[in-house]
Design a protein around this ligand. Sequence first.
Ligand SMILES: [Zn+2]
Length: 198
Amino acid sequence: MSVAGMENAVAFVNAFLADEFAAQKSVSFERNYDLVTDKVRKVDAYFRLASGISSGIGRPKFLPETMLNRLRNQGDRMEQRRLFVMVQHEQPDMGRLFRCVLSGGTIGANDNFAESLWLGNLGDGLQILTRLAVCVTCNSTGLHRGEKCPDCGASGWLHRGGVRIPDPGRLSEVGRFIAPVDPVQKEIYDAMGEVAPS
Ligand SMILES: [Zn+2]
């Protein structure tokens, strides 16, 4: 089997985002619980569940009408998340890894960084290995009031589950798709994948 490349990773993430949105909409609007479960299973299949992460999408089988109304209201504010950037790395032990940066997926939160995912191929096709949330303290810059950010330890991201990747290895390719609106994040976006001069 050939090693997944940038195009495969982008197609994988775009399919994931479409299926994620369908599952979220289903949770909000679908009355038939079995149909909701089918959609949630489909989106959970993108995750390496063995590493302890999943889509986090779902709803209990029986809910009072007030809760269903609340879910419908949430559903009205949802948008499909966007892919800003994809970075490819060659990790000596884990093989090729990809990191992508995504938006938040609700109206008003879809123009800027919200989450970063690591993708890898651990023998069964591409899978999401790790979830990271943007650090709001430093707006993913890693700096807070001129010092190393106390919340994220200067990485700009907070580990939210899955495989920890301390050294992603050599960066081999970058794909930029849309820029975030926030000017600070736009600078990070523009610099992503550039190797600092030594
Ligand atoms: Zn931070």
